[in-house]
Design a protein. Structure first.
Length: 69
């Protein structure tokens, strides 16, 4: 039996090699961090069009740098 050690991908699209996580994937990842166990973790839309990551009682605003003037 052959074991796959790593995946090799060829593409003319430079974005094809980027790893993109969905928002749900990111929340699931944060929930796996031991220090965040027991914290409420969610993502909300802000009125300014950015995203609000809520981790416990902390709120982190994430915006697109290209939109910031």
């Amino acid at each position: 039996m052959i074991r796959l050690r790593r995946k090799i991908v060829a593409s003319s699209n430079p974005l094809a090699e980027e790893c993109i996580l969905s928002l749900n994937d990111l929340v699931d990842l944060l929930k796996m961090i031991p220090e965040l166990q027991g914290c409420n973790i969610s993502i909300e839309d802000s009125p300014t069009g950015s995203l609000l990551f809520v981790v416990g009682e902390n709120v982190f605003e994430v915006s697109d740098n290209a939109a910031v003037v």
